[in-house]
Structures are given as structure tokens and as C-alpha cells.
Design a binder for this molecule. Structure first.
Ligand code: ZN
Length: 194
């Protein structure tokens, strides 16, 4: 890795006063910290059905998910969730309330999910989706989902689709099972507001 400040090579070492290796520039001494990234998603409920997208991009191309993606700088999590819903499902939504946050320590991500409704009628696949579908709430847990973190959030969502309960959890991969199966994960922490 090269330093984003001065272009010199960086090396992994433990800086003075720190307790773990960091990428440190050999030229200007800048410490390049790596921190978890934030991924947001939206559960859009309309007339008893959930807005879902079949992914047209890797990872998990061809599998179903709710609209979501990496947060950009200079936006809030709720704005990011609404933006991703437009990009992937061409739906203009109103974010109603937070649903859940889930830590995925093993891949350095934090996922935040929001309850949402349509602000304008209509949905259609964006460039990153093969198709979109309105899935009746009663069928949500039968569907095969692209990502275990989404499946976990949906298990909470279907129990309280119109409510305000908020969950915080942590998913730990068991290190053995398939990475895309929720059964390979343990819910290491879980709080619920209701
Ligand atoms: Zn440098």
C-alpha cells in the first residue's frame, strides 16, 4: 500500500502508544487507520408486501435482497437508505424509523436497516438489479436471501412490520459453515427495544 498523503510505501507496524498493527507511511509517518464501513438498507412496506430486488451484480448475483449498499460521505444513514432504494429499485421512499443495526466484526462492517414506505407510486429495476418484486410479508421467511445479515434483519421485521421496535445485534461467523447461510452465524449480542 502507498501513502495517500505523499505516495511513499507503507508498512504494517504497531505505532507508539497503540495496541495493534497499522499501515504506517515510511515517508511522512501518516498512520492509515482502517475502521468498519457502514452499509444501509431499507425495508419498504406497501399494501402488505416488501420491496425486494434480484441482484444483477456480484457478490451474490441472481439472489434476492432489499435495496441497500454502502453509505457515501456527506449523507445520513437514512438518506443513504433512500438513495440506494432509488438506485436499485427506482422507488422514491420515505424513511419512517430505524429497524436494526447489526455488527459484522469479521468483515469490518456495520449494517443499518430502516423501515420505509413509498413516497411516490412505482418501482422498477435499476442498473444493479435484474428485477424487483413486491413480496407478501407472509412469504418473506420462505425466500432465499443473498446475505445472512439481511435475513436476520428480516426475521425481526416480519414480527413487527408496522411497529417501532428497534434491534441491535452482532453476527459472528462460526468460521466453518457457508458464509451466505445464516445458520453459519451466531447472534453474539442482541438487544430489542420492545
Ligand atoms: Zn506519507
Amino acid at each position: 500500500m502507498f501513502c495517500s498523503q505523499c505516495g511513499s510505501p507503507c508498512a504494517e507496524r504497531v505505532p507508539d502508544g497503540d495496541d495493534r498493527p497499522r499501515s504506517v507511511c515510511g515517508g511522512c509517518g501518516t498512520i492509515h487507520y482502517q475502521n468498519p464501513r457502514i452499509v444501509v438498507g431499507a425495508m419498504v412496506l406497501h399494501e402488505g408486501a416488501l420491496l425486494i430486488c434480484r441482484r444483477a451484480i456480484e457478490p451474490r448475483e441472481g439472489f434476492w435482497t432489499c435495496p441497500g449498499g454502502f453509505m457515501e460521505c456527506e449523507e445520513s444513514m437514512a438518506q443513504a437508505a433512500a438513495r440506494e432504494t432509488w438506485e436499485e429499485a427506482r422507488a422514491r421512499v420515505r424513511i419512517l424509523a430505524p429497524l436494526a443495526t447489526l455488527d459484522l466484526p469479521h468483515i469490518h462492517q456495520v449494517h443499518a436497516f430502516f423501515r420505509a414506505e413509498l413516497a411516490e407510486p412505482g418501482a422498477a429495476p435499476g442498473p444493479e438489479s435484474h428485477e424487483v418484486e413486491w413480496l407478501p410479508v407472509g412469504q418473506v421467511l420462505q425466500r432465499e436471501w443473498a446475505f445472512p445479515v439481511m435475513e436476520q434483519a428480516l426475521e425481526w421485521w416480519v414480527k413487527d412490520t408496522a411497529g417501532t421496535s428497534f434491534h441491535q445485534g452482532r453476527l459472528d461467523w462460526d468460521g466453518v459453515g457457508p458464509r451466505y447461510a445464516l445458520e453459519s452465524y451466531e447472534l453474539g449480542e442482541h438487544w430489542c427495544s420492545a
